[in-house]
Design a protein around this ligand. Structure first.
Ligand SMILES: CC(C)(COP(=O)(O)OP(=O)(O)OC[C@H]1O[C@@H](n2cnc3c(N)ncnc32)[C@H](O)[C@@H]1OP(=O)(O)O)[C@@H](O)C(=O)NCCC(=O)NCCS
Length: 168
């Protein structure tokens, strides 16, 4: 037999569109006790937020992010990896993709909120250069009609450009 082994294609990303929302929501409800609604995604897409899907090398949808671009900064609103595909580097890869996109548009910072109890996500963000800069009291819904605090995190971008400015 003369089999030719071809490597699997690399993971890839593309913009999220409304036709993707059934697949996105299947991951969303599996990943969160308080998931975004279909309306949250529809509103984000309609408002022109930056939203991308990530596919594994076998073509399976493994995750997505939604981010709100502002003046010289972007706010990450949702970053999710399908539970069976977590801890394989997809979250880190999507964050780096977002950081590259934000840097290319001239942003100086990325912002996000994360549940205080979400130690896995906080660890990911810290490892990817985010610092904890504040707290929003009772920001998230929680079980038994309670609320949970959000940790506010910020990552500086364009460090090279800033250093260049300083030399001028
Ligand atoms: C948080 C989330 C996006 C991380 O994505 P992921 O693909 O699983 O993470 P990665 O494989 O890229 O992890 C990169 C690093 O982050 C840290 N990390 C990620 N998840 C972690 C966890 N559950 N516990 C501890 N550290 C974690 C680790 O340092 C990890 O590196 P390692 O695997 O070599 O130890 C994903 O777990 C997820 O979708 N969770 C449910 C939804 C959610 O909480 N989203 C964030 C809301 S703010």
């Amino acid at each position: 037999m003369n089999a030719v082994l071809r490597p699997l294609p690399a993971p890839r990303q593309r913009p999220m569109v409304a036709a993707d929302l059934d697949a996105v929501l299947a991951i969303e409800v599996a990943a969160y006790p308080f998931p975004w609604s279909r309306g949250n995604f529809i509103d984000s897409l309609a408002a022109g937020y930056h939203a991308e899907l990530r596919f594994d090398s076998d073509g399976t949808l493994v995750g997505y992010f939604v981010a709100l671009p502002g003046f010289e900064e972007t706010h990450l609103l949702n970053l999710t990896v399908a539970p069976p595909r977590q801890r394989r580097g997809h979250g880190r890869a999507m964050l780096e993709r977002l950081a590259g996109w934000a840097q290319a548009r001239g942003d100086r910072a990325l912002w996000l909120e994360v549940r205080q109890s979400n130690l896995g996500a906080r660890s990911l963000y810290q490892r990817q250069g985010f610092a904890e800069v504040g707290c929003r009291r009772g920001y998230y819904p929680a079980a038994r009609q309670q609320r949970e605090d959000a940790v506010v995190m910020r990552r500086e971008l364009n460090a090279e450009a800033d250093r260049g400015d300083a030399l001028d």
